[in-house]
Design a protein around this ligand. Structure first.
Ligand SMILES: [Fe+2]
Length: 404
């Protein structure tokens, strides 16, 4: 995240004495990527960020036990609405699919999480419905429907679902989210940026669309537990003082939110392929946002996707809102997740192309579809929670409809 920000109080220069009101020194902490060779921030703590008093291994309900290859090979349709609701946005994650680069989970959280630090990689949390307060050592972000919240590796944070997030006064706290956990960093695509990191004019979003944390956020407390995920599993570390004791920070590494409605769609006269929808890149995967937009505008255009086989990719699509014409008649609806794996050619349902052409000629000029897509360059394994919500009829939906 190359966009410099400063929050709270910081000293005039890096690595100089910075004193608390009682005359003691604030504790400076660098959070930095790629071994002092990439983006970083400096945080100033009231207490030592190193002071731990206990460490305890925890069972890991999200462990990879139960992941199986997509065999026999099938396109898949999962109904997230069939998954159980409840829990928090960290430990309540229900793993749907994963590989060595990325883990994709779903959660309908109704409780506040404990403090959490994921040291295996960055996370992007896409909030489909409800709202939540994200609190971290950098400050807080209020997240609502359509927000991606990108959390850099190692950020100590917690999630608090909020009541009435869908505009309903008095409704119970609820945050429905797709959780993308990378084994590395999640960043804006390189091609959107100048060599020094500014968003270029052709990019579908820019710095003004990114919401950094309000803060800093200070909380008193002693003997505070933080759940840490590393490659070994989950550990509960007890900190002598609450980690939210930062009086100021500056730098280019921090959590931020980007709302899918702020993505500026790129439209062509004939159908544009998914790279125009790319929003983020991760190690061996991309995240794309399909947003409401004008339809392809050539008089002879086929304004929905053509059949395609990305031979190097598995493609996961989360249907967020609107009417997704290409999938009509397949059983796919809002909240559905499809997985179209390498080895399978996918495309519109039978009749969808003809209907779309008729619609275009009849004056339908736009689509209201909203979807989040993740393309991975290594195969995705399937997890038990996903399989429990699977629609077994989906693989045959093209042939069934085609046979009438
Ligand atoms: Fe596709």
């Amino acid at each position: 995240m190359p966009y410099y920000r400063v929050a709270g109080e910081i000293p005039r220069k890096r690595h100089v004495c910075f004193r608390r009101p009682d005359g003691g020194l604030y504790a400076e902490e660098l959070m930095g990527e790629e071994g002092f060779s990439s983006d970083s921030s400096l945080l100033y703590h009231a207490h030592l960020p190193t002071a731990i008093t206990a460490s305890e291994g925890l069972p890991d309900a999200a462990a990879d036990a139960g992941l199986v290859p997509n065999h026999p090979l099938l396109p898949r349709h999962f109904r997230t609405g069939d998954l159980p609701a409840g829990g928090d946005l960290v430990l309540g994650r229900q793993l749907l699919m994963a590989n060595d680069d990325v883990r994709i989970s779903f959660t309908v959280a109704d409780a506040a999480s404990g403090l959490y630090r994921n040291s295996t990689g960055d996370e992007a949390i896409y909030l489909r419905a409800g709202s939540a307060s994200f609190e971290s050592v950098y400050g807080s972000i209020q997240a609502g429907p359509g927000d991606y919240v990108v959390v850099p590796r190692g950020t100590i944070h917690r999630w608090i679902p909020l009541a009435g997030g869908n505009g309903a006064d008095g409704a119970a706290p609820r945050a429905e989210a797709l959780v993308i956990e990378a084994r590395g960093h999640i960043r804006p695509p390189r091609r959107y940026l100048s060599q020094y990191g500014q968003f270029l004019e052709h990019a579908p979003y820019c710095e003004r669309d990114l919401r950094g944390p309000d803060g800093p956020l200070t909380t008193d407390g002693e003997d505070v537990p933080v759940i840490v995920r590393n490659r070994g599993g989950l550990t509960r570390l007890t900190y002598a003082h609450h980690p939210f004791d930062v009086v100021g920070w500056d730098g280019c590494l921090y959590p931020y939110a980007f709302n899918i409605a702020d993505f500026e769609p790129i439209v062509k006269r004939t159908h544009a392929p998914p790279p125009v929808h790319q929003t983020f890149e991760g190690p061996n995967f991309v995240i794309c946002s399909f947003c409401p937009r004008p339809l392809d505008f050539d008089a002879d255009a086929v304004p929905i996707p053509y059949n395609h086989h990305n031979v190097d990719s598995d493609e996961m699509m989360f249907y967020v809102a609107g009417d997704y014409s290409a999938r009509k008649g397949s059983g796919v609806g809002i909240g559905s997740i499809t997985l179209h794996p390498s080895g399978f050619t996918h495309g519109p349902q039978p009749g969808a192309v003809e209907a779309a052409v008729r619609g275009l000629r009849g004056g339908k000029a736009s689509t209201d579809e909203t979807a989040v897509m993740i393309d991975t360059f290594r195969p995705l394994l399937l997890a038990p929670a996903g399989q429990r919500s699977e629609d077994p009829e989906y693989p045959w939906s093209w042939s069934r409809a085609a046979r009438g």
